[in-house]
Each structure stands twice: as C-alpha cells, then as structure tokens.
Design a protein around this ligand. Sequence first.
Ligand SMILES: [Zn+2]
Ligand SMILES: [Zn+2]
Length: 259
Amino acid sequence: MLLADFHVHSTWSDGRLSIPEIVDLFGRSGHDAIAITDHVVDTDSLLGKIAHGCRLSITRDNFQAYRAEIESEARRAWDAYRMVVLAGCELTRNALTGKRSAHALALGLDSFVPADGPVEEMLTRAREAGAVTVACHPNEQSDWFANTFYLWNRRREISSLIDLWELACRWDLFPQVSRARLPYVGNSDFHDRPHLYAWKTLMSCDKRPDAILASLRAGVGLGVTRLPDPFPAAARIPDETEPLRPCTVIPGFIEPATA
Ligand SMILES: [Zn+2]
Ligand SMILES: [Zn+2]
C-alpha cells in the first residue's frame, strides 16, 4: 500500500512551507507519493483579481518556473526518500456564493491551465492537458472559502469531466460522495505542518508516477485513511531537526517523537 496525499499547497500560493520544506516533511514522515497543487485562480472575477493582487496564484508567466522547481524537487525526493512527487495545481474559482464556486485539482500537469471562463471549459482544458481531475471539498459546509458547491450540484452533468471526488479533505468527511458511489480520494489540503496528520489516500499500485496517475484516472485500488495525530490542536509541532519514531497504526508512517 502506498500512502499518498494529492492536495498540497506551498509558498507558490497560500501555503506556509516551500516545496523543499514540504518534500522533507512528507519524505521524512514516510509518504510514498504527493502532489504539489498550488492555486491557479481565475482572473475574470473580483475575488480572483484580489487573489492575484495578493500573489496567491500561479500565473501563466511563472508556471514554468513552478513546474521546474517541482521537477527538481521530485528528483531529490526520489533519491532521498523514494517518494514520488507529482506536479499539479488547484484550479480555483471563488464566487460570492458557494453555488458558483468550484475548486478542482489537475494532477500530472506539464502546462499552464487557466481557471477563467465557465467551469466546464476549465475542466475540459485540464483534461486536454493530460491531467487527472479531482473535485475538491465538494460538499464543505463550515469554511466559507471552501464552500464550493458548483461541482457537487452538477455531479451528474459534469461526471465525464471529473475523475475523482474528495471523500475526505483536511479534517472533514463527505459521506454524500460515498453514498453516491463516486470514485474517491482523501487529501489533507495541506497548507501548514499540522495538516500532515489529516486525511490521506491509500493506493495499491507500483510506486511510479505513470502507474499512480493511471490508477487515479481509473479510480481503482484507492482507499482513504486519517493519520494518527500526535499533536492536539494546542500542541507545538516539532521542527525538522527533532527525532522521528515509527507509527504503530499506519505501517511505514513515521511521526515526530512527542516531547
Ligand atoms: Zn480548495
Ligand atoms: Zn486546496
């Protein structure tokens, strides 16, 4: 079984850690595969323009530099940790109402895909770029910025444009995804260290980028799991220099030793 997390943000958008810091944190903790998925925000809405003004989005201009850093860190991650790192993004359209908001991961991405225009066209562009598409936090009720119901409300109409649905994201579960028998993954929507212990995907396939993407595209051999959290909300998260210990619950997962 591979331990994987396909929804990770870095300082290229609104994450707190750089890509090298993410590679070391996930590599040291025993992950087998991750995807770096920084936001690509639309430029044709007021909220999108604000996000670009705050430099919270990958752009057409810096995509190749972003892609190149993922590529070089993927080589280091394999050499140092035998961990696969995939390139991706989170296509992000935020509207004032959740009904019009949509976030979708594009995994295995080599070229820039804009988040402008109708959501269906955005997903079609991601597919044409060869990416695996994932509907993010499809039925989230509690976090305003993650109230993204557009995809869920059209799940039948757009089913051919979405490969996978997040059954679990960060600390939340979406039982509706399971009940609808949709192909699913679990991801942490990682933005900072405590999210290391959130929901994950388990996979049974070879540990190679092409095998992982093929398995995701087919929606086979996938499960979700929540990692044991050794650090309650108020606890300090150890830094990179502190020792690690094997986890007793998830084989292969290594967690920082508690003080
Ligand atoms: Zn999101
Ligand atoms: Zn996200």
